[in-house]
Structure formats: structure tokens, C-alpha cells
Design a protein around this ligand. Sequence first.
Ligand SMILES: Cc1cc2nc3c(=O)[nH]c(=O)nc-3n(C[C@H](O)[C@H](O)[C@H](O)COP(=O)(O)OP(=O)(O)OC[C@H]3O[C@@H](n4cnc5c(N)ncnc54)[C@H](O)[C@@H]3O)c2cc1C
Length: 289
Amino acid sequence: MKPAPFEYLRPESVADAVATLDLYGGMARVLAGGQSLVPMLGMRLMRPSAVVDINGLGEELGRIETRGSETTIGALVRYSDAETSAVISERLPLLRTAIGYIGDRQVRNRGTLGGAIAQSDPTGEVALVALTLGATVVALGPDGEREVAAEEFFVGSYANALAPEEMITGLRFGVVPASCAFFERGRKHNDFAVLSLAIAATPERDGSWHDVRVGMGGVNDTPVLARATMARLEGARWDEATLAAAAAAALEDADPPEDVRASAEYREHLLPIHLRRVLAGMAKEAGHG
Ligand SMILES: Cc1cc2nc3c(=O)[nH]c(=O)nc-3n(C[C@H](O)[C@H](O)[C@H](O)COP(=O)(O)OP(=O)(O)OC[C@H]3O[C@@H](n4cnc5c(N)ncnc54)[C@H](O)[C@@H]3O)c2cc1C
């Protein structure tokens, strides 16, 4: 199929883009990497009156910036730029690793971090890492800028807290725990995830772990934190019994969907097995295992 007719607009600044979105009163869509929007237009799953192409706004939206312990990634930063950025490798290795699981090289060369957050795919790697690391989404609308914690941003499957006349300008991360791991199981290499896990925590010399964050993708209609698991792991030594109990507790925060990729039952089966393995791997790497 071909898209329904729409106006194609190229704003000259972020302010101009927001004014255009406001003018169309919810009937305009931002075009970033186009890796999700273009297929959705082609299938007529979306029929906006206008498409606002922000690809000319790299000067304002295409930077990775640091200020003290904060790292801010512009909405138009492509996956491949983040993947090869020394700043991201050093400060956000969990994000770098997770990006390697997204689509294929072509998708990563075009797709943007802002687009991934706006798309709010429940299996999206960037959304999962943002939630796990407690990132903040920076949005600009006609009334100015606001910051939304990732925990409040994702409100449902492909749904988020962004107003139609707002756009994402960046994603901000603070200090992250010292150790991290990412796991993903899909039907085939680089397919959308059936189950994904993002974990960050700081190992102490006495064998205990602190600042524990465990995020899960593919087990709910948004990425979710495994709060029951986190409570069992925080301040604890990760011995075999603790890890088994903590991994089993992840099911308390999961309500897996049934879809073309996997049954809910299969996702529930995979979750504690892989979570325990990933945690044990982190403990071993820290010399605790
Ligand atoms: C073959 C293939 C495989 C893929 N595999 C994966 C995968 O494994 N994991 C994964 O997470 N994704 C995957 N994707 C999707 C890909 O990651 C998309 O790039 C991403 O979902 C959207 O980013 P984009 O920059 O292309 O956004 P676009 O497609 O341009 O836009 C997507 C949506 O976000 C909105 N939007 C974009 N930028 C902004 C902004 N700054 N502010 C407000 N709204 C905005 C658009 O209006 C649109 O609604 C895949 C896509 C393809 C084609």
C-alpha cells in the first residue's frame, strides 16, 4: 500500500518544529529515522495531515553532551553514532551493548534514540535501558521544556506521556552503577525481543551489591522494573539461593503478552531461567561467584 496524502514539512529549528506540531493540533507526526514511521504510513496505520521532518536539525538535536555526571543524548542521535561513541562506551556501556541488539546495520544507521523512545515499543531496547538506568526524557512543547522520568513516560504498548504537540529533544542519564549486563532472546538474530533483561548494580568488596536495577522487556505492555527481584538483591550477597529466589520473584512484576512471537507461558518459562543466569554471570565477573 501507499501512504495517504500528507504535507511534507522541513522546519528550520526545533522551535519551528514545535510550532508546526501545535499548528496541526495533533494531526502532524515527527519524522526522524523513519524506520517505524515510514512502514506505518505505508500500511496506513497512521494517516497524519503532515509529516514534520526533523533530519535537518542535527545541530540542535544530534549531539551527545556531558555536564558533570550527566550525559544527554540528543533525540536525533542515530543508534550507530551512539554505538561508536567513546562517551557512551565509557559512561553508558549498558546502552551501547543493548543497541547492538536492535534490527540490523541499516536500521541502526538511520534509527534515532528519540524515535525509539517516542515509538515506545514494549520490546524496545533503548526504552528498557532508559527505564533501568532511571533516565529522563526531555520534551519541548508550546509551553516550554519539561522532563519526564522514564518510569512515568511509558504508559502502555506504543503509548507514552508525550502530548501530540510536543517533541522529544533528548534523553538524559545520571550516574549509573559500575557493573551491567544485557540479555535478549528473540526468534532469530536481531529480531524484536521475546524477552530482554537489562541489569545494573554496584558490587562491594564485602561481596554485597548495591544500587541494583533490573529491567525487563517483552513481559508486559511496557518495559518494567523487576521490583520484587531488586528488593531481594539490594544489599545482599548474590549466592546461589539468593539468586534463585530473586529470579523467581521476577514473575511478580511480569504479565507477559501473548503475540505472534511467543506465548505468555513461554515468556514466563524463560524469565527466571535467564535472569538467574545473567545475575550469576555478573557475580562471577565481579569475583563473587
Ligand atoms: C527491520 C527492522 C527491525 C527493527 N528492529 C528493532 C529492534 O530490534 N528493536 C527496536 O527497538 N526497534 C527496532 N526497529 C524499529 C527502529 O528501532 C526504529 O528506528 C525506532 O523504533 C524509531 O526510530 P526512528 O528514528 O526510525 O523513528 P521514526 O520511524 O521516524 O518515528 C517513529 C515514531 O516516533 C515519532 N518520533 C520520532 N522522533 C520523535 C521525536 N524526536 N519527538 C517526538 N516524536 C518522535 C514519530 O512521529 C513516529 O511516531 C526495527 C525497524 C526495522 C525496520
